[in-house]
Write a protein that binds this ligand. Structure first.
Ligand code: GDP
Length: 302
């Protein structure tokens, strides 16, 4: 993962090797490498440009007088530290909150949205496991993708695997299914309800209207958009469009175990103002991790 961006930063380390000070010339050269590798990794053009400008300003402003030998920190280390802080700033701060409702008022509702194939159903199960293991909750899974029997079947299998009840009605009305689920949760004493909503191959108005109705009638405390890191810049566009219609609370970025170029993870917060909360790092139900911008910046910088 992140090979493309990481390579750019490795080249930068080499450029500073043996250099005694940071000069405008070596900063310019280093930034050229970084710029190219960020764009290749599918980081948004505007974000890349702003990033480069901020790093340049800091590097030339603060560090130009740092000389190797004067301090333990070499010019290369110092330059990389500036890049690290800026990368972290782009993605941070850490926000892995799930808003839980007071159980006396009712169950916590988590609405999962996203394009078909993004990993929504898998992530619904992963999140249920996290609620059980870390928050001692009793979830109910809701198959609101009533159009695809395979999606409902997949959710049932995952529910069985986790020992968690599933409410789904093939061919039913998704808004009704979600609202009925709230009554069922009460009957079965479930304190978290996770809606696995329908996805399409692309965003369309009919789907968005359906999702808006579910939001209006169930008032979820959490709306999480599941995005596939493998689709790069398209993930950022999807995030932007969903966020405009639904006011989502955060993202879960999947398939970061694959050879995703990683650019989407760098761009999504800056473009939408919403955080990545969790990341999917595999197909199994336990392959969900909190998103840590600092760790991510470290991985990018190699
Ligand atoms: P949905 O259509 O959005 O509900 O997507 P699914 O949950 O059916 O997932 C689509 C495919 O992506 C399945 O083969 C999942 O096993 C796979 N998948 C989901 N999340 C991850 C992940 O974090 N890593 C990997 N490698 N595969 C994932």
């Amino acid at each position: 993962m992140f090979d493309v961006v990481s390579k750019g930063f490795r080249d930068v380390r080499n450029r500073f090797e043996g250099k005694r000070e940071i000069t405008e010339e070596n900063v310019e050269d280093a930034l050229k490498d970084i710029r190219m590798s960020m764009l290749e990794a599918d980081v948004n053009f505007r974000i890349t440009k702003n990033f480069i400008e901020r790093v340049k300003e800091k590097a030339l402003g603060e560090v130009v007088r740092v000389k190797a030998g004067d301090s333990e920190v070499t010019p290369g280390d110092h330059f990389i530290k500036i890049c690290h802080d800026e990368l972290e700033g782009l993605m941070g701060p850490v926000d892995t909150n799930i808003t839980f409702q007071n159980p006396r008022i009712g169950p916590t509702k988590i609405m999962m949205v996203g394009l078909q194939g993004s990993g929504k159903t898998t992530t619904t199960a992963k999140l249920a496991k996290l609620c059980i293991d870390q928050h001692k909750k009793k979830p109910l899974l809701v198959g609101a993708d009533v159009y695809r029997p395979a999606a409902i079947e997949q959710l049932r299998v995952l529910g069985q695997q986790l020992g968690v009840p599933v409410h789904a009605v093939e061919g039913g009305d998704p808004v009704q299914v979600c609202n009925d689920a709230l009554k069922i949760a009460k009957e079965q004493e479930c304190d978290v309800v996770i809606f696995d909503t329908a996805g399409r191959l692309a965003i369309d108005d009919v789907l968005m209207t359906e999702l808006e109705k579910i939001v209006e009638t169930t008032k979820p405390e959490n709306i999480f958009l599941v995005v596939d890191a493998m689709i790069g810049q398209d993930a950022v566009n999807t995030a932007h469009e969903f966020n405009q219609r639904l006011e989502i609370d955060g993202f879960i970025m999947t398939k970061l175990d694959g050879d995703a170029r990683g650019g989407a993870a760098l761009s999504i917060k800056e473009v939408t103002g919403k955080p990545i909360k969790f990341i999917g790092v595999g197909e199994k139900v336990e392959a969900l991790e909190p998103f840590r911008p600092e760790g991510f910046a470290n991985r990018i910088l190699g």
